[in-house]
Write a protein that binds this ligand. Structure first.
Ligand code: PGA
Length: 254
């Protein structure tokens, strides 16, 4: 199978006000520009309040900007929510959906994630759908079943899907922000499984869908993780809040 160009995405979560966020994005954009063609695709997902500012800061450098969530409706009476078109309008090309902090913290279901993904695709955004097992599910030997179930429920199969519009992120819940990661064999097993399940749903197109690993990715473990079969990039939380760490991970993707 041809190697896909890797994607390293930073999930800033609920961090960064305008000044800090702009400085971070400017530092990343400057390093990306210096690198000429960066060794991988780069994406920053700031809070929605500064999305436009960050999009303007990275400008025409090879750094894309994305949202962290969107609503499934086009518009209407949804106080506090943000539509896919609003993200797009603010300069986003991507959106993270179904992050475990939303699934487990806010009760988002597979069906909700699927509806949001359909809306985002309709607007022309690339969707990054997050899936992953809890520690209890891993201990119970259920990891691959959980991934299958979440894929079955979250994939927007009614939409036209291709390798540029769909990204899947495998994020074990217990590895997020903890400094712990699965072993390399476990990551490879999960990613191989996701590719097989995806192929069952969308056939040959599945070969072009980037499968990211997320959960405590740092510059010192990135090279080993990114070298694994079917790992086509990383979704980075904590380490994305520092330009040197984020770009260290990006270099490891080269
Ligand atoms: P982490 O977060 O890199 O801080 O573990 C990853 C994520 O939540 O996407």
């Amino acid at each position: 199978m041809a190697k896909l160009r890797k994607l390293v995405a930073g999930n800033w979560k609920m961090n960064m006000l305008a000044a800090d966020g702009t400085a971070l994005a400017a530092a990343i954009a400057a390093q990306a520009r210096e690198a000429g063609t960066p060794p991988c695709d780069l994406l920053l997902c700031p809070p929605a309040t500064i999305l436009r500012l960050i999009a303007e800061t990275v400008g025409d450098t090879p750094v894309a900007v994305g949202g962290q969530d969107c609503h499934s409706a086009e518009s209407g009476a949804y106080t506090g929510d943000i539509s896919a078109a609003m993200l797009n309008d603010a300069g986003a090309s991507h959106v993270i959906l179904g992050h475990s902090e939303r699934r487990h913290g806010l009760g988002e279901t597979d069906a909700t994630v699927k509806a949001k993904a359909a809306a985002a695709l309709q607007t022309g955004l690339t969707v990054i759908i997050c899936i992953g097992e809890t520690e209890a599910e891993r201990d119970g030997g259920k990891t691959l079943d959980v991934l299958s179930t979440q894929l079955a429920g979250s994939l927007p199969l009614g939409s036209t899907l291709d390798g540029s519009s769909l990204v899947i992120a495998y994020e074990p819940v217990w590895a997020i922000g903890t400094g712990r990661t699965p072993g390399e064999a476990e990551i490879a097993e999960a990613h191989t499984h996701m590719r097989e399940v995806l192929t069952g749903y969308i056939g040959a197109v599945a070969a072009d869908v980037r499968l990211l690993y997320g959960g405590s990715v740092k510059p010192d473990n990135a090279a080993a993780i990114l070298a694994l079969d079917h790992v086509d990039g990383a979704l980075v939380g904590g380490a994305s809040l520092d330009a040197a760490n984020f770009m260290g991970i990006a270099q490891a993707a080269g």
